[in-house]
Design a protein around this ligand. Structure first.
Ligand code: URA
Ligand code: SF4
Length: 212
């Protein structure tokens, strides 16, 4: 008896998996239901020669409207932390675990919602294809959703962040706090501590790049 296969993005991937071909094809993905309410798919961006791939969760409101990853408030924190850690922006390709904005309408606003396990799994073929196309030395999971997608549901980011593991997609994979978590910090002290943690973890990424 055939088992029902969960829907995924796999059948929407193009035969040629260059970044431009993937970027064009993702707009036609129907691998899960998130495409239906989003403005567009937001694919990763950055040079194909990037040494680092950074994976966020899902595009936010601004990213959905503009069509580019990390162009909103979380992106500003990430850019600042990268600069402080001494990582060149030209060494970085940024993307998300899930490519279509997930939200709940609340009046005129659209409130970000966390993608569920099925959506993360459905979107993973895009992430895998772009990681293979970029072929980075280091992959950085920003937050638990990215870590869940590539390191599995048992991975504990709070304990493991800043450590490096080997992975089929890159020789060094690590994780750190999501910049949006810093924006949501309950007070200034927490916010400062979390930001320092992000910069420290990124400094370790820089050390790995220097050594290789
Ligand atoms: N948060 C994410 O995870 N990704 C973005 O692109 C923007 C905000
Ligand atoms: Fe496809 Fe991912 Fe968009 Fe779902 S979120 S439709 S799997 S690109």
């Amino acid at each position: 008896m055939a088992t029902a296969q969960a829907k995924t993005a796999a059948e929407y991937l193009p035969a040629r998996r260059t970044l431009p071909a993937l970027t064009a094809a993702v707009q036609f993905c129907r691998g899960c239901d998130l495409y239906a309410h989003a403005t567009q798919a937001v694919f990763g961006e950055g040079p194909a020669s990037a040494r680092v791939v950074m994976i966020g969760e899902v595009p936010g409101d601004r990213e959905d409207l503009q069509g580019h990853p990390f162009v909103g408030p979380a992106g500003r924190i990430l850019d600042r932390a990268l600069a402080e850690a001494g990582i060149e922006r030209s060494d970085v390709y940024v993307t998300n675990a899930v490519k279509h904005f997930k939200f709940e309408p609340r009046g005129k606003r659209r409130i970000h919602k966390k993608p569920n396990a099925a959506e993360i799994r459905a979107c993973r073929p895009w992430l895998e294809a772009e990681c293979f196309a970029v072929h980075p030395e280091v992959i950085v999971c920003l937050g638990a959703t990215a870590a869940q997608s590539i390191l599995g549901p048992k991975y504990r980011l709070t304990q493991e962040h800043g450590n490096f593991v080997e992975h089929p997609w890159a020789p060094h994979v690590t994780s750190t706090i999501h910049p949006s978590a810093i924006l949501r910090a309950p007070d200034e002290d927490r916010r400062h501590a979390q930001y320092r943690e992000l910069v420290e973890d990124l400094a370790k990424v820089r050390a790995v790049l220097r050594a290789s």
